[in-house]
Design a protein around this ligand. Structure first.
Ligand code: FES
Ligand code: FES
Length: 163
């Protein structure tokens, strides 16, 4: 059993986008850092590190989660979905990614991976959302570039395409 005060690293095994992967994590290593630096999945971005901006959002065991608010060791055995898992194996973008592209819903892209993951889970639970529901989902994300309107349209488009 790894204690929080210890410097010892523990082996952490997770299933990411359907692939079983392992790495080592010190007790206080964040899930975001584990994904990026141990597993080499740099698609998940890190902004505020305080659970505010939403850039680091991934899906853990079916729930949208800020990966800067979880320790990697807490996720041992979990099923994780990240932005790398959205496109097909052949690299073809999925409906949501295509809608972001079509609508110009990203500029610098810093917020995009987190928004895509929130929107992915949201559309699975709410396949044909209203504009208000989309705006409510986006309230957990900060985007400094787009003014949000194109993102709202892209999620609405993808909802239409999925339904
Ligand atoms: S980096 Fe996790 S919410 Fe901002
Ligand atoms: S596209 Fe730049 S922060 Fe959202």
């Amino acid at each position: 059993m790894l204690r929080i005060g210890s410097d010892r690293k523990a082996r952490v095994t997770v299933t990411v986008n359907g692939r079983r992967m392992s790495g080592h994590a010190a007790p206080r290593m964040l899930l975001a850092d584990f994904l990026r630096h141990e597993l080499g999945l740099f698609g998940t971005h890190v902004g505020c590190e305080h659970g505010v901006c939403g850039a680091c959002t991934v899906i853990v065991d079916g729930a949208v989660s800020r990966s800067c608010l979880r320790y990697a060791v807490q996720c041992d055995g979990s099923e994780i979905r990240t932005v790398e898992g959205l496109a097909g194996d052949d690299g073809e973008l999925n409906a949501l990614q295509r809608a972001f592209n079509r609508r110009g819903a990203l500029q610098c892209g810093f917020c995009t991976a987190g928004i895509l993951m929130s929107a992915t889970r949201f559309l699975e639970e709410t396949p044909a959302p209203t504009r208000e529901q989309v705006r409510d989902m986006l309230s957990g994300h900060i985007c400094r570039c787009t003014g949000y309107e194109q993102i709202v349209r892209a999620v609405l488009d993808a909802g239409g395409e999925n339904s």
